[in-house]
Design a protein around this ligand. Structure first.
Ligand SMILES: Cc1cc2nc3c(=O)[nH]c(=O)nc-3n(C[C@H](O)[C@H](O)[C@H](O)COP(=O)(O)OP(=O)(O)OC[C@H]3O[C@@H](n4cnc5c(N)ncnc54)[C@H](O)[C@@H]3O)c2cc1C
Length: 292
């Protein structure tokens, strides 16, 4: 089954090569599929061998633990990477880059999604995380999502109310997202470009973009900001080996070089414990943690 995969199959692949944090042990089996059939082959191999299977996109929201991932990791970034525009709609493969979609839409004077600019993501990862900002979430634009179910069959889902929530998409369990339709709207190109520029400038001013990170570590608790709470408990700038609670934005943990997943997790424990003790609020991770 692995032999039938036309894309790439690698063994003991370091996942630090595939995460924005540049951290993570190896995946036993790492698949970069070429098409949906390759994903099906990976699914049936994992099923037959009784192995767990993880899907990743660009790895921008992932903390992979230091001993890596047992089983199969399928990386969709670059696979299913097409974006087509039909009228005011974009039809995008799960491996397409969100920023490329925003750029290509802008060139066609199609806007709306510029509130998502600067979020490093594949479409699949953005959907799974309901990526966005308080100005808009990807779920706001989605009219249909396409899946590959664990048994290899295809599915289409028209999201209704509640399908997308804060940092969550309630999709069928075990389903792999393979694409989506997004509704855009016509807007003068100069306005879109101006908006994009302003948003990128704002991100650069407030986030530690020059250093490796996985974006915000914690979900914001209701009516507060996780970054504010972590700062209030005195942990902004706290370092542990190569890991640092960013001195620019306390909801980011950056890898200044040589940080391990254990360092990041220790800083997270410290922040969670202090925020709990001081404010009685339990911080919940926004980043997805995988591996052992
Ligand atoms: C500098 C920086 C800034 C960021 N700013 C923001 C921001 O402003 N707003 C925001 O929302 N996020 C932000 N993030 C976080 C991150 O960009 C988003 O969560 C993004 O959606 C992750 O996409 P990805 O393709 O990298 O997904 P990954 O990190 O690879 O995966 C994330 C999750 O999605 C699942 N997944 C991925 N693809 C699929 C698929 N095809 N089918 C099923 N499940 C899948 C994975 O299993 C995993 O659980 C930032 C990150 C960084 C590094």
């Amino acid at each position: 089954m692995l032999g039938a995969i036309r894309g790439e199959v690698r063994f003991k692949e370091p996942l630090s090569f595939h995460t924005s944090l540049r951290i993570g042990g190896s995946a036993d089996i790492f698949v970069i599929p070429q098409d949906v059939d390759d994903i099906r082959q990976a699914l049936s191999y994992a099923e037959k061998e009784g192995l767990p299977l993880e899907v990743i996109g660009g790895g921008n929201n992932l903390l992979v633990k230091d001993r890596g991932v047992r089983g199969v990791v399928v990386k969709l970034e670059g696979c299913l990477g097409r974006v087509e525009f039909r009228g005011e709609e974009a039809v995008a493969g799960a491996g397409a880059s969100l920023s490329a979609l925003i750029r290509e839409a802008a060139a066609l004077s199609l806007g709306g999604v510029e509130c998502l600019v600067g979020i490093p993501a594949t479409i699949g990862g953005a959907l799974a995380m309901n990526a966005g900002t308080p100005d808009g979430w990807i779920g706001d634009f989605v009219s249909a999502v396409y899946f590959l179910h664990a048994d290899g069959t295809l599915g289409e889902f028209k999201p209704g109310t509640g399908a997308f929530a804060y940092r969550t998409f309630h999709c069928p369990s075990g389903a792999i997202l393979i694409g989506a339709r997004l509704g855009l709207h016509r807007r003068p190109q100069a306005e879109i470009q101006k908006d994009i520029k302003q948003r990128l400038k704002q991100k650069k001013a407030t986030q530690p973009l020059a250093l490796a990170s996985a974006g915000c570590v914690w979900k914001n608790p209701q009516s507060d900001y996780a970054g504010r709470l972590v700062e209030k408990v005195g942990l902004k700038g706290k370092r542990l080996n190569g890991a640092e609670i960013s001195s620019k934005h306390a909801n980011f943990i950056v890898n200044r070089g040589g940080a391990s997943a254990a360092d990041i997790l220790a800083l997270m424990d410290m922040a969670r414990d202090r925020v709990q003790a001081q404010f009685g609020i339990t911080l919940e991770p926004e980043i997805r943690i995988i591996g052992e």
